[in-house]
Design a binder for this molecule. Structure first.
Ligand SMILES: N[C@@H](CCC(=O)N[C@@H](CS)C(=O)NCC(=O)O)C(=O)O
Length: 252
């Protein structure tokens, strides 16, 4: 316990019981919020949440780096284990949660081939989607300084979205799919949640009408998942430091 928490670790984190999520309203945070909300609806799963103001760099302080040397959110602390187990990397957190709490495989798969598919799409997004989209978002906000970077990352994001479009459309064989992994039309799973938290704003990230027209199945997938109540809750006010300042972690 002594090396796990530092003197300056917030009491809210030290005293947390059960699952404790440290997060912020960002795409990687939102994917974990959404799964937790789904598990709450399905199994009545409980957890507590703390919020980080990324602009204040609390995530770069020593107490946080002890928990995640990468200095980024989200992190999930499982206090049901002694010493507590910390999970960094949002996709690993999704996998940890389905292993821990999804006993009926509502958001994961029992069949090894289905599991293999889900791993593929989970890793494809984690490795090829989110880093490029993160860079695209960054350079879009600094477009005057780096037009080449905007162009480069936009093209790469469009390419990755195009891969997902191929998968969902069944263009090169197979049926049109509703979800990324699973047999037939597929089954809603963490492979979808993982990518959706980033792609949900597809119509508002600077793609032209013509570019969007190349992605009809991906847009339908975005709308299909947006309609779930747990997804709506995972995006929203419970994770907003302006609405819940009492959840904010701030050290001197
Ligand atoms: N690969 C990590 C990336 C985590 C990440 O980039 N988190 C962002 C928010 S979405 C963050 O903490 N940014 C603040 C920082 O880098 O200091 C994951 O999937 O969890």
């Amino acid at each position: 316990m002594s090396s796990f928490y530092a003197a300056e670790t917030p009491e809210r984190v030290k005293k947390a019981q059960g699952l404790h999520l440290i997060t912020s309203l960002t795409p990687n945070g939102r994917k974990v919020h959404i799964l937790l909300e789904e598990l709450k609806d399905a199994y009545d799963l409980g957890w507590t949440t703390s919020l980080i103001d990324l602009d204040k760099n609390e995530q770069k302080k020593d107490w946080f780096l002890r928990l995640n040397p990468d200095g980024r959110i989200p992190i999930l602390v499982d206090n049901n284990i002694c010493p507590p187990h910390v999970v960094m990397e949002s996709s690993a957190e999704l996998l940890y949660l389905v292993n821990l709490a999804d006993e009926n495989n509502l958001f994961w798969f029992s069949d090894p081939i289905d599991q293999s598919e889900a791993f593929q799409w989970l890793i494809f997004w984690h490795a090829s989607g989110q880093p490029n989209q993160a860079q695209y978002n960054f350079f879009r906000n600094n477009a005057d300084q780096s037009p080449h970077a905007v162009d480069r990352f936009k093209r790469e994001v469009l390419r990755v979205y195009g891969v997902l479009e191929i998968r969902l459309s069944g263009r090169y064989g197979g049926a049109t799919r509703e979800y990324l992994a699973g047999q037939g039309k597929g089954k809603y799973s963490i492979a979808d949640i993982n990518a959706w938290a980033w792609i949900r704003n597809i119509r508002h990230i600077g793609f032209s009408e013509n570019e969007l027209a190349q992605l009809p199945h991906l847009q339908q997938w975005v709308d299909r998942i947006a309609a779930r109540p747990a997804v709506e809750r995972g995006l929203g006010e419970w994770y907003d430091e302006d609405v819940h300042p009492e959840l904010l972690l701030e050290t001197a």
